[in-house]
Write a protein that binds this ligand. Structure first.
Ligand SMILES: [Fe+2]
Length: 469
């Protein structure tokens, strides 16, 4: 009698298929994450759209190798295939000896940690993470400042400020222009800035802090520079017109990037007015731009035209705080209203604690500090040294109203022989659980009777208003 085949012929193909699937699954499970790094670096994060639901990841890709961002809300370390989402670059740009990739992650959840790696055929990056902005009012901090240089002690001062970012881990950084020495067209200087930014501003646990970039005069070699480097938004289909705005926190926080290096009037003024009008309902509205109206160092020229174009709009639509740069020192003003006629008016401003805009500046993230020799009657405090502004934004709670606390954090000073002292190394690194703590060993500027924290709205300072002249 002929033996029956052990396996029925009809069943055999299915068995082969099942075995293949099981083997595939086994091999998949045994997959190893390559130990090697990808062919990329200069990683950075940018806010250039709704920060509650998007994040732009940018990097320099050294060779074509199928680069992909793998990301999700769970931390899978470098095991890229376990992340739920992946995204390739939306835009690739060959500029300044970098093949810059921009991958915009979309449909993100608000106020959430996202973990990610950048993977290509050569390897997998370290695991980084970021936090999306909240879509309801929630306390956060941010850092504002600007003006870095590309060599010597000013480069080191800028690096100290970058390291302070990693220690303070703000929600974002508003960088108010002047990234590199020169006119912003040197590949080498951009390489230095971007490498430093990634290595020094990233926290010890891999959290990367997004940048909200603003155009400065040292980017004027090409007015589209911040679009090349950060994919910064622009107006009128013209990449040399980089000014834009973002909002988050429900109706809590609106922020505007203006451009003091192109005509502040005309189309920019019209855009600013409509942006302020359309977003008037936000509880806090802030603006960043590079050049101050009236610098607090005498060597810098006044910017009357810029004042004429913007100051009245700021007041009319209730701008709360503005941040500028360029002069390489620090100032905080009282809240100011444009007014040339009233008693006490000086350079077109009068102190108005109720409805005025408070002006913060003036950009000494790294650049050598200039002397603060041009205070005005409405200057609250000025200071010469390298510094960044650390701002706590707090929604009403515990009987306290919506408010901001402005700290000036010193990163570097020079003595009379130009010997430099850096102040970042001993500063306590904050964690995700104590983001509003004043870190041990941080060096803060004391603003006279106002102490280290100048509060906004202004009456919260509890300091008697003094005559304005
Ligand atoms: Fe400047």
């Amino acid at each position: 009698m002929k033996n029956k085949p052990f396996i029925n012929r009809a069943v055999a193909p299915a068995l082969v298929a099942l075995t293949a699937i099981a083997l595939g699954a086994f091999l998949y499970g045994c997959r190893k994450v390559p130990a090697s790094a990808p062919a990329s670096d200069k990683y950075r994060l940018v806010w250039n759209d709704d920060p509650t639901s998007t994040m732009t990841v940018a990097w320099d890709q050294h060779e074509q190798a199928n680069a992909t961002v793998w990301y999700g809300t769970e931390d899978h370390g470098r095991t890229f295939w376990k992340y739920g989402f992946s995204k390739k670059a939306d835009r690739i740009l060959d500029q300044y000896e970098m093949i810059t990739h921009f991958a915009k992650l979309t449909n993100l959840e608000a106020d959430k940690a996202y973990y990610f790696v950048i993977k290509d055929d050569k390897g997998v990056s370290d695991r980084y993470w970021f936090r999306t902005a909240p879509d309801t009012p929630k306390a956060f901090t941010f850092i504002g400042g600007g003006d870095t240089k590309s060599s010597d002690k000013p480069l080191e001062a800028g690096r100290a400020s970058n390291r302070l970012v990693s220690k303070l881990r703000p929600l974002f950084v508003m960088f108010n222009g002047d990234f590199c020495s020169g006119d912003g067209t040197s590949p080498e200087r951009w390489h230095t800035w971007l490498t430093d930014w990634h290595k020094l501003s990233t926290t010890a646990d891999g959290r990367m802090i997004p940048v909200f970039p603003v155009h400065g005069n040292h980017e004027n070699g090409d007015h589209a520079n911040l679009n090349y480097i950060f994919n910064a938004p622009y107006q009128d289909n013209d990449s040399s017109r980089i000014y834009y705005s973002l909002s988050f926190g429900g109706d809590f926080f609106h922020m505007i990037a203006l451009n003091s290096e192109i005509d502040e009037g005309g189309r920019q003024r019209a855009w600013l007015e409509s942006d302020l009008k359309n977003n008037e309902n936000y509880r806090f509205k802030i603006a960043g731009y590079h050049k101050p109206f009236w610098p607090h160092t005498s060597g810098k020229s006044e910017n009357q035209y810029q004042y004429n174009q913007w100051a009245h709009l700021f007041y009319k639509y209730g701008l709360d705080v503005s941040l500028d740069g360029d002069s390489h020192m620090s100032k905080i003003t009282y809240p100011l209203r444009p007014d040339s006629a009233s008693a006490g008016a000086y350079m077109g401003f009068v102190r108005d604690d109720e409805n005025g805009t408070m002006f913060l500046g003036e950009g000494s993230w790294g650049a050598f500090p200039r002397v603060n020799d041009d205070d005005k009657p409405w200057t609250l405090h000025s200071y010469s040294g390298n510094q960044i502004k650390w701002i706590h934004v707090l929604p009403e709670a515990g009987g306290q109203p919506d408010r901001m606390l402005v700290y000036t954090v010193v990163s570097s000073t020079y003595d009379e022989n130009e010997k430099q002292t850096l102040y970042d190394a001993e500063v306590e690194a904050l964690t995700e659980h104590n983001l509003f703590k004043i870190p041990d060993n941080i060096r803060l500027v004391e603003n006279g009777a106002y102490g280290a924290a100048v509060k906004y709205p202004f009456h919260l300072n509890g300091v008697e208003a003094v005559a304005n002249n």
